[in-house]
Write a protein that binds this ligand. Structure first.
Ligand SMILES: Cc1cc2nc3c(=O)[nH]c(=O)nc-3n(C[C@H](O)[C@H](O)[C@H](O)COP(=O)(O)OP(=O)(O)OC[C@H]3O[C@@H](n4cnc5c(N)ncnc54)[C@H](O)[C@@H]3O)c2cc1C
Length: 403
């Protein structure tokens, strides 16, 4: 894939119109006043029939699960239609994409992949259509990069139930989630090494006894995406909440968390592209209209260098996104090294471009009115979540060296 198709461009334009009419007017409320992002996202879903598409996808996935075909890798002709709204939303508010991606991608995606047909029906559809808000909770105060090994949240068997204790932090949508997909280590009372114990995946509903969801944290950026803590004090769950209904579901626990790493990392490249495109566009416009020493700053070569570097970054990240779409359209799997390299490069590029945009805007780059400061703050976390830059490097090297 070398460029967007006419159909892709039509979708891009329609999403841009939606962003201008429905999101920009409420951007301050989302970014500075703590208004949760879900209503505007639901409006986008209904405007573009994404809720209807989600219902159809849900039905297909359920049918495949029932027929036992769910594990097969399939080509997706629709991947571009998923990534275009991500790119367009990221031009104005990347936090919206984080909230949307965690709810419909990670939370719903894990349930649809690992869950039994009953669990898919119970939780999957409402999350996929955004009727309900989902969170995906793996990170803990003492284990971020070391999420699986260092996990302390425990699940202890008690008759037909499990008792969950522990806490999770940095949980996107945590404060408002109706449904939480939560990872916990099975503690079977043996003296086995806690690092290697089984990781079980549960689905929790807000309001369950012993479950507390914190208020949103104050963050540097992505303020339109509420992030919080989740505390578990003797939360009792039946087997019906254990994803896959078994302690060893196919592709469950650790594998499910790793599968999500690949999906997330490709998504981050699309997010980075949105940030880069918008920063470059704002920078070109500003460079032409800002006059110093009697001419536009676009005449100065140091400014031109910034614009040229932004173009190099834009082309590279766009090519990575196109490559990912091409692979998705043929059903070719993305390796961990590829997904991690894509994330590492794109996140760094977005942060660099956004910082250079601030520099190009001078003092105006430092105030919110000109928008590049928000994009720079928002881009910064792309180098931290879904695996830090350092962990991407580790993942790339490990994958290459173990072939
Ligand atoms: C806005 C936001 C939203 C998030 N949303 C979610 C969510 O929805 N669900 C969820 O479960 N988590 C979420 N996270 C958590 C996120 O995935 C973690 O913050 C991330 O994995 C890093 O973990 P940490 O913050 O504990 O840093 P640490 O793991 O403590 O890392 C500290 C530093 O050490 C470095 N480091 C660690 N190990 C190594 C190593 N082996 N070699 C070299 N350097 C190393 C890291 O790269 C980093 O620079 C979110 C985080 C943020 C900021």
């Amino acid at each position: 894939m070398l460029k967007w198709s006419d159909e892709n461009i039509a979708v891009q334009e329609a999403v841009r119109r939606f962003v201008d009419e429905e999101i920009r007017p409420v951007l301050d409320d989302l970014e500075h006043e703590g208004v949760p992002p879900y209503e505007v996202l639901r409006k986008m879903y209904s405007t573009f029939g994404m809720d209807e598409m989600a219902r159809e996808t849900f039905k297909r996935q359920l049918d495949r699960k029932r027929s036992g075909e769910e594990g097969t890798q399939r080509a997706s002709s629709n991947a571009a239609m998923t990534l275009i709204p991500i790119i367009e939303l990221c031009r104005v508010s990347p936090g919206l994409v984080t909230s949307l991606g965690v709810s419909t991608g990670l939370a719903a995606g894990t349930i649809m992949k690992l869950g039994t047909p009953e669990q898919m029906e119970r939780w999957g559809l409402d999350l996929m259509t955004l009727e309900k808000v989902g969170a995906w909770a793996i990170t803990e105060p003492d284990s971020g990069s070391d999420a699986l090994g260092g996990m302390r949240t425990s699940a202890v068997r008690d008759g037909d139930e499990y008792v969950l204790n522990g806490s999770k932090t940095w949980i996107t949508n945590g404060p408002y989630a109706d449904t939480i997909v939560l990872y916990a280590k099975l503690d079977d009372g043996s003296d086995s090494d806690p690092r290697t114990r089984k990781v079980l995946t549960f689905v929790l509903d807000t309001g369950m006894e012993g479950l507390t969801q914190s208020k949103p944290m104050r963050k540097m950026g992505q303020k339109s995406s509420p992030t919080g803590e989740v505390f578990l004090a003797d939360v009792r769950v039946g087997k019906d909440r254990l994803l896959g209904g078994s302690e060893e579901p196919k592709g469950g626990g650790r594998q499910s968390a790793k599968d999500n790493f690949v999906t997330e990392r490709a998504g981050v490249a699309a997010m980075a592209l949105g940030v880069i495109e918008e920063c470059q566009k704002l920078s070109i416009d500003y460079a032409k209209q800002r006059h110093l020493w009697g001419k536009p700053i676009s005449d100065y070569q140091l400014i031109q260098l910034k614009l040229a570097n932004m173009e190099v970054a834009r082309l590279n990240v766009q090519n990575l996104v196109f490559r990912h779409l091409e692979a998705a359209s043929t059903g070719e799997p993305t390796t961990m090294a590829e997904a991690s390299a894509m994330k590492l490069y794109s996140a760094r590029a977005a942060v660099e471009v956004a910082n250079e945009a601030i520099q190009l805007f001078g003092g105006n780059g430092y105030v919110s009115e000109y928008r590049v400061e928000q994009l720079a703050r928002d881009a910064r976390v792309l180098q931290i979540y879904a695996g830090t830059d350092e962990m991407q490097i580790v993942a790339i090297a490990k994958d290459l060296l173990n072939r």
